[in-house]
Design a protein around this ligand. Structure first.
Ligand SMILES: NC(=O)c1ccc[n+]([C@@H]2O[C@H](COP(=O)([O-])OP(=O)(O)OC[C@H]3O[C@@H](n4cnc5c(N)ncnc54)[C@H](OP(=O)(O)O)[C@@H]3O)[C@@H](O)[C@H]2O)c1
Length: 299
């Protein structure tokens, strides 16, 4: 009775697949490209090649499966939220048809605020996904991770050009961050733990919250370069995204999410407990990943 993992090449899906193989769990992965999961196949994973939007692919993957890990790919497009909800509904129906009894869903911090103004962009879609699985499958554990530390790596060009983190959140306001490796560990823990059942919600956070002011200080210390946190308005953030060439629907989606950071709707609703508190400190992440990326390629 296997565990199905989609997105086996993503940050979380890849590390999760490796944890499950390490634990000796029977694993099925869905991938659009067999070559990119050849190493997982060599370690015993069953590979179903195809699109998660294709019912025959889902049926092939779900045959004989007991559990599913479902991560919504960040395949942003106009009408992203209805696309996400419809996809989750179709996947949940196929999972139920195959008798899959437990699903671990990768959701997001702030998902509970779906119905507030602007729907929090991509985050608002995550509660639709949770709901779709809960309506179809007996046991659904929604992981609601904080802001990924890996997002900092997207700031490399801006940091190099300006020495600044630009943020709609005041520089001294701390918010939760988490490393994707730790989310994968928690997803594996959940899939390998037979004791939970029903509708479960769990936060996944790093060991402490952190502000952009502290991120700037840590990055400066790790690189020996001056780095500052600069607060911008939501309109300035939207303008910068448009100027950088993001299409209108992306400016809208991300702007709606940033509005939630600005007014607190991205704050966690889930209690902090031993499960939700992970070990990677953002200072270590900056030292190990952001600073080398920033300093790499310098003469
Ligand atoms: N960033 C954050 O701070 C944050 C916080 C909370 C929750 N989240 C959620 O975390 C998820 C992202 O997790 P991640 O970073 O592990 O993902 P990721 O590394 O971006 O990987 C996603 C995978 O999705 C696959 N993919 C992309 N487009 C696809 C498409 N059109 N159809 C099928 N597959 C597609 C890709 O696989 P292939 O190319 O190999 O097929 C890719 O490896 C999102 O659902 C996001 O909402 C993010």
């Amino acid at each position: 009775m296997s565990i199905v993992v989609n997105t086996p090449n993503g940050h979380i899906g890849r590390a999760l697949a490796l944890h499950l193989l390490d634990a000796g769990a029977p694993l099925t992965v869905i991938s659009r490209d067999a070559e990119r999961v050849a190493d997982l196949a060599a370690r015993g994973a069953r590979v179903v090649v195809g699109s998660i939007e294709d019912e025959a692919t889902l049926d092939a993957a779900f045959a004989g499966a007991e559990q599913l890990f479902w991560l919504t790919p960040p395949a942003y497009r106009p009408g992203f939220r209805p696309w996400v909800a419809a996809l989750a509904g179709r996947v949940a129906a196929r999972a139920a048809a195959h008798g899959i009894g437990r699903v671990v869903v990768l959701s997001s911090v702030g998902a509970h605020n779906r119905d507030t103004e602007g729907h929090l962009g991509p985050v608002g879609a995550m509660l639709d996904v949770e709901d779709a699985f809960r309506a179809a499958v007996p046991s659904v554990l929604a992981l609601r991770p904080a802001f990924f530390m890996e997002n900092l790596l997207r700031e490399v060009d801006t940091l190099r050009a300006t020495g600044s983190f630009f943020t709609v959140v005041p520089a001294d306001v701390a918010f939760p961050m988490v490393a994707t490796a730790d989310i994968a560990r928690r997803a594996a823990d959940a899939l390998l733990d037979p004791t939970w059942a029903g509708a479960v919600y769990r936060g996944v956070h790093g060991p402490r919250d952190v502000s952009y002011g502290e991120l700037a200080r840590l990055t400066a210390a790790a690189t020996g370069q001056p780095v500052q946190a600069v607060q911008v308005t939501l309109d300035q953030a939207r303008g910068a995204m448009a100027q950088a060439g993001l299409p209108d629907f992306m400016v809208q989606l991300l702007g709606d999410m940033y509005a939630g950071f600005e007014d607190g709707r991205m704050s966690p609703a889930e209690p902090r407990d031993a499960f939700s508190t992970t070990s990677t400190d953002v200072a270590d992440f900056i030292q190990a990943q952001l600073a080398p990326a920033l300093l790499g390629g310098r003469e």
